[in-house]
Design a protein around this ligand. Structure first.
Ligand SMILES: CSCC[C@H](NC(C)=O)C(=O)O
Ligand SMILES: [Zn+2]
Ligand SMILES: [Zn+2]
Length: 421
């Protein structure tokens, strides 16, 4: 059988199943995948129209908060029967990362489903699947006439993929965020290639740094002293030697996953004007990810030493320096975690708790003191976020809806804590 290669939907209908046998939730997921919310110019307008339609279908009020020009957070609210209790947030970002189309089997925005039920598209795992799973789980719950004690807010946010500065980072400081009276948030996680589901209770801190190496210029035919390149070499060696020592620690002792060690990657080098001119400065940039257990002050002292030892006037500056080391408790004494993990156990799901290796909007919730868990219900699935040929199998997708159908009521029924009305 040939893959169902229907192209982008016209007029917002987008059901992709001429035979009529496709689950409507799958068709909706595929429709959402076709919206080009891709950087550098995400079509947020299309996503907002789609989400407004979802709010109408679910009969839930939707509020839009423009946190920056052209950057809107859409909040859909399912009011609880005890609205003074702290609420549950189901967070998802609307944007997706760009693709190298030439490396994809299919158009990355056509949401092609192959004959094994694999749905290909940018955002299939990160994280348009989760958005639709939240919506479909709540659609089922409401269709059954369920009422929940706690209010549930869906947040649909822009710009997560470019650091969240014009998205969640702004929104957590907005009065509308405070009004949500949040108790607990769910956000994205990663696929797990095995039977288990991975759950993230914290994140490594992203530090993006550029080290600037000034030097004496001169003719390219001479032995110029105090060159930028010599300093650059020492800087690169210091950072990459540390990288190697951390790489060796992975999979040994207590460092079981990427989230337990510091990664360093050299990602940019700049400098030089001509082959025969010794440059007056050269710069090198690194992407570092630091586990919450590392003393950040010590770590910065170490960077200072590397720069000092590299030579005169070597300086650095940060493009990203997240400093929050909050993690969400996975002890049974945390009622949110207890509700989450108990619900998963009743569904026979085996959970693996980890530190998220990269950065998500969860870090902004945790930074303002709110518990947040990163979870995307995708097991038996290779990790393909940001990769070529990102896909999710429709059976895994549908199972994820069942999972949220159980999780959302469990979380929204957590007994009132101390200080809650
Ligand atoms: C530091 S802001 C950029 C966010 C991005 N998140 C993911 C999940 O890829 C990252 O970790 O690079
Ligand atoms: Zn994501
Ligand atoms: Zn991403």
């Amino acid at each position: 059988m040939l893959p169902d290669k229907d192209g982008p939907s016209q007029g917002g209908g987008g059901t992709a199943d001429p035979g009529g046998s496709e689950d409507p939730a799958v068709s909706l997921f595929r429709e959402y995948l076709r919206l080009r919310t891709v950087h550098p110019e995400p079509d947020y307008g299309a996503a907002l129209r789609f989400l407004d339609r979802m709010a109408l279908e679910l009969k839930l009020p939707a509020k839009k908060v423009e946190v920056c020009p052209g950057r809107v957070v859409l909040i859909m609210t399912w009011l609880g029967s005890k609205p003074s209790l702290k609420s549950i947030v189901l967070n998802s970002h609307v944007d997706v990362v760009p693709v190298y189309q030439e490396h994809w089997k299919y158009d990355a925005f056509a949401a092609v489903k192959d004959d094994e039920g694999n749905i290909y598209g940018r955002g299939a795992q990160d994280m348009k699947c989760v958005t639709i799973q939240y919506i479909e789980a709540v659609r089922r719950l409401r269709a059954r006439g369920t009422t929940l004690p706690r209010t549930v807010h869906f947040l649909f946010v822009p710009d997560e993929e470019v650091g969240g500065h014009a998205g969640m980072e702004m929104f957590v400081k907005h009065p509308e965020f405070t009004k949500l009276n949040i108790g607990f948030a769910l956000d994205e996680g990663l696929a797990n290639p095995g039977e288990s589901y991975t759950v993230f209770y914290g994140e490594r801190n992203p530090w993006w740094i550029t080290v600037k190496c000034p030097g004496d210029p001169g003719h390219g035919s001479r032995f110029v002293e105090n060159t930028a390149a010599e300093k650059l070499r020492r800087v690169i060696n210091a950072f990459l030697d540390f990288r190697e020592s951390e790489r060796k620690r992975l999979n040994t002792g207590e460092c079981f996953t990427l989230g337990d060690v510091t990664t360093v990657n050299m990602t940019k080098v700049n400098g030089g004007v001509a082959y025969n001119v010794v440059p007056a400065h050269m710069d090198v940039s690194f992407d570092m990810r630091i586990p919450p257990t590392v003393d950040l002050q010590d770590f910065e002292e170490r960077i200072k030493r590397w720069c000092r030892e590299a030579g005169e006037d070597v300086t650095y500056q940060f493009a990203q320096k997240h400093m929050d080391q909050e993690v969400t408790s996975t002890a049974d004494s945390n009622p949110w975690w207890s509700a989450f993990s108990t619900a998963c156990r009743t569904m026979n799901m085996n959970l693996k708790t980890e530190i998220f290796p990269a950065a998500t909007d969860s870090r902004f919730f945790r930074a303002v003191g709110l518990p947040a868990i990163g979870f995307s219900p995708m097991n038996n699935t290779p990790i393909l976020l940001h990769d070529h040929n990102e896909f999710l199998n429709e059976r895994v997708f549908l199972r994820g809806i069942d999972v949220y159908e159980c999780l959302v009521p469990a979380l929204a029924s957590v007994a009132p804590g101390p200080g809650e009305a």
